[in-house]
Ligand binder design. Structure first.
Ligand code: SAM
Length: 365
């Protein structure tokens, strides 16, 4: 164990207690961002089948996935959260944490490939990578497809999520790669104690930072520490001068989410990132069929050139490390949003930062 790792372990407990307290103080979670196995929701289709579904209280939107059986393939209450793995006829295996769907085998490629490959290809030479959250291991396995990677620090609170995913998902061998160092810790604490300029790319694959109680009040969840002012400052500090952060950034069609996106974007710009752009992706198993990420760059002028991204992606495919959702054109087009979304995220007059969403910070030359 190195001195730095020892320091992480010593300070970890304090913050984990914080996170733990938040997790224990979340009685409303199951009331609102509701994901339950149920046998009846009032319409015929669900009368005779078990479903896992999520209800968005503020929009009245409800969506569910049919399960193969009422009995989960795996179920455990960990120190931090209730972990379930279910089987479903159309979506394959499904990971559910505290009643909230995290991924479904059938379409998890979209979220996880975009979370990993957009920042990894945007950086000209990503060697040192930090993955925060992402206990399912899918983002980690995509990061490892990049030959430039020398070391990945993976930080997640919950070893039980990792163990469950090792057993149940095809990408579960990612942690065996010798380039991976696993840290069971709170991501905010880990970042607080990391040295300045340690990473080329940081990817934050967290669960939702908040939910709502039955009175419509916002309730913070354990990952809310990963969206705090202090944490964004630390992330900026521990990235190298050309470093890139990519964070899970929720859904544009939920009013409180898009407000949150605009706020996080402003926050990271205030911390010194010169560009922060929201990219969108399709995923039918998440409510509204869409989710996005916020790509935050310290120095967008250092971004990789488009033709080298194409070359690297071709090499990756030829070496048997193919992608199924990501392709290089998404490196630009995923940032094109509906006009109303662009106005809400970047302001009425559009984005006036050092680089507009469309100015193409990667040279197409
Ligand atoms: N892509 C998924 C989604 O948005 O639904 C998230 C996947 S991942 C399973 C979320 C992970 O974040 C979990 O493994 C959980 O243990 C981890 N997590 C939550 N709060 C954390 C924190 N403060 N520090 C580190 N990991 C955290």
């Amino acid at each position: 164990m190195t001195g730095t790792q020892l320091a992480h372990n010593i300070t970890y407990w304090h913050v984990v207690e914080d996170a733990e307290e938040r997790m224990l103080n979340k009685p409303f979670l199951s009331l609102v961002a509701l994901l339950v196995v149920q046998s009846s929701t009032g319409f015929d289709e669900t009368q005779s089948n078990n479903h896992v579904g999520e209800s968005i209280e503020e929009t009245g939107f409800y969506q569910s996935i049919r399960l193969t059986s009422e009995k989960p393939l795996f179920e455990k209450q960990s120190q931090y959260q209730k972990i379930e793995v279910h089987n479903s006829p159309h979506y394959g295996k499904i990971l559910v944490l505290d009643g909230v769907l995290q991924l479904a085998e059938r379409d998890a490629d979209s979220y996880n490939e975009m979370m990993a490959h957009i920042p990894m290809f945007q950086h000209p030479d990503p060697k040192r990578v930090l993955v925060i959250g992402g206990g399912d291991g899918y983002v980690l396995s995509e990061v490892l497809k990049h030959e430039s990677v020398e070391r990945v620090d993976h930080v997640d609170l919950d070893s039980d999520v990792i163990d469950a995913c090792k057993d149940h998902f095809s990408w579960g061998d990612a942690w065996q790669d010798p380039r991976v160092q696993l840290h069971l810790a709170d991501g905010a604490s880990f970042a607080r104690n990391a040295e300045d300029g340690s990473y080329d790319v940081i990817i934050q694959d967290s669960s939702d930072p908040w939910t709502w109680d039955e009175n419509g009040n916002e309730v913070e969840l354990p990952s809310s520490v990963l969206y705090s002012d202090e944490h964004f400052s630390n992330i900026h500090r521990i990235l190298k001068p050309d470093g890139i952060l990519n964070i899970q950034a929720e859904m544009i069609q939920i009013p409180s989410d898009i407000e949150g996106i605009a706020g996080w974007r402003q926050n990271v710009l205030n911390k010194g990132f010169r560009s922060a752009r929201y990219g969108s992706l399709y995923t039918s198993s998440y409510p509204t069929g869409q989710i996005g990420f916020l790509l935050c760059e310290k120095d967008p002028t250092k971004a990789a050139k488009y033709h080298s991204i194409e070359q690297l992606h071709t090499q990756m495919n030829e070496a048997g490390r193919a992608t199924t959702y990501y392709h290089p054109r998404l490196q630009n087009s995923s940032f094109d949003l509906p006009l109303w979304a662009e106005k809400q995220i970047y302001g009425e007059d559009g984005y006036k930062g050092p680089c507009s969403p469309r100015c193409d910070i990667m040279s197409l030359a």
